[in-house]
Ligand binder design. Structure first.
Ligand SMILES: Nc1ncnc2c1ncn2[C@@H]1O[C@H](COP(=O)(O)OP(=O)(O)OP(=O)(O)O)[C@@H](O)[C@H]1O
Length: 273
C-alpha cells in the first residue's frame, strides 16, 4: 500500500499540490486526470522524490519515503520507474543498450557508462523487449523508431529496473491514437501480469476510463474526485470542472465520452509521433 498524507508542494506563491491524501493498494492502476497545471506531474514527481514535498508524508509498505536520503533515496527512485512524455532515450544508441541502461541500479553507473553489461542485464533486456514486441528492433538506433515504439522501449527500460511502482507522466501525450492504445495496453498488461502498481497522468478522461481501476481528478492542486471510473459521471465532471470553464481536453472528454462504453483512447495532442 502506498499512503500519501496531506502532500503539499509550494513553488513561491503557488501551491501546486495542496494537501493531497490517498491510499493506493498494491497492484492498482490509477489514472490521474486534470487540466494542464492541475498538479499531476508534481504529485508523481514527489512520489519518486524527483521533487521534494513542502509538507506531508509518503509511506510505501510502511516505510517513510519522505525521510529517505543518500543511497536509500537512490534505491527508492530505482524501484519507482518513471515514464515521461518525451521517452527519455538516448536516440543515437541502439534499443537494447537503451533498455540495459535501465539496469543501472543493479549494474552500477560506471559499468553502465562504459556499456559493460552482464549476460543477466542483456537477458533481462531482451526479455523485456520481447514483452513489448520489440525484439526485431533491438539493434536499431532508438531515434529511428516511431514515437509509440520509443515509448514502449522506455517501458521496457523501466521494467528491467525491477520496479515496485510504475509512474507514467502523460506517456501518450505525444502519440497518435493507435500508438497511444498500444502504450496504454502495455502498461495495463504489466499492471495485471506483474501486479505492479501503476500511476498514470492523463489528459483525457476516455483513456483513464478505458484502462484504469480508479480515477483521481485534480484541479488546482487538489483532489476533486477519487473513485471507480463508472462513478465519475458526466455531471460529476461538470461539477468539478464547471460548465463555464469547459475548454481543452477535459471538456472534449466530457462531451465525447459515453459513460457506458469503454471508448478507445482519444488522443488530443498529436505531435510528431
Ligand atoms: N519547478 C517549478 N517551479 C515553479 N512552478 C512550478 C514548477 N513545477 C511546476 N510548477 C507549477 O505548478 C503547477 C502544477 O504543475 P504540474 O506540472 O504539476 O501540472 P500538471 O497537471 O502536470 O500540468 P501538465 O498537464 O501541463 O503537465 C503549474 O502552475 C506549474 O507552472
Amino acid at each position: 500500500m502506498l499512503v500519501i498524507e496531506q502532500l503539499t508542494k509550494v513553488f513561491g506563491d503557488l501551491t501546486a499540490v495542496d494537501g493531497v491524501s490517498l491510499a493506493i493498494p498494491k497492484g492498482q492502476m490509477v489514472g490521474v486526470i486534470g487540466r494542464s497545471g492541475a498538479g499531476k506531474s508534481t504529485l508523481l514527481r514527489m512520489v519518486n522524490r524527483l521533487t521534494d514535498p513542502s509538507r506531508g508524508t509518503i509511506i510505501n509498505e510502511g516505510r517513510d519515503i519522505t525521510a529517505l536520503s543518500g543511497r536509500d533515496l537512490r534505491l527508492w527512485r530505482a524501484s519507482c520507474a518513471m515514464i515521461f512524455q518525451q521517452f527519455n532515450l538516448v536516440e543515437r544508441m541502439d534499443v537494447l543498450t537503451n533498455v540495459m541502461i535501465g539496469r543501472i541500479a543493479h549494474t552500477g553507473l560506471v559499468r553502465s557508462m562504459a556499456r559493460s553489461f552482464t549476460d543477466t542485464d542483456r537477458a533481462r533486456a531482451i526479455e523485456a523487449l520481447d514483452r513489448l514486441d520489440l525484439v526485431p528492433q533491438a539493434l536499431q538506433r532508438a531515434g529511428t523508431l516511431s514515437g509509440g515504439q520509443q515509448q514502449r522501449v522506455a517501458i521496457a527500460k523501466a521494467l528491467v529496473q525491477n520496479p515496485r511502482i510504475m509512474l507514467a507522466d502523460e506517456p501518450i501525450a505525444s502519440l497518435d491514437p493507435a500508438n497511444a492504445s498500444r502504450v496504454m495496453e502495455a502498461l495495463r498488461e504489466i499492471n495485471k501480469t506483474d501486479g505492479l502498481t501503476v500511476l498514470v497522468n492523463l489528459h483525457t478522461l476516455d483513456t483513464a476510463r478505458a484502462y484504469c481501476d480508479r480515477i483521481i481528478a485534480m484541479r488546482a492542486g487538489r483532489v476533486q474526485f477519487d473513485g471507480a471510473p463508472e462513478t465519475l459521471t458526466t455531471d460529476r465532471v461538470r461539477q468539478i470542472y464547471g460548465t463555464g470553464d469547459l475548454s481543452g481536453d477535459i471538456d472534449e472528454a466530457v462531451t465525447s465520452t459515453s459513460l457506458t462504453v469503454q471508448a478507445p483512447p482519444q488522443h488530443k495532442r498529436a505531435v510528431g509521433a
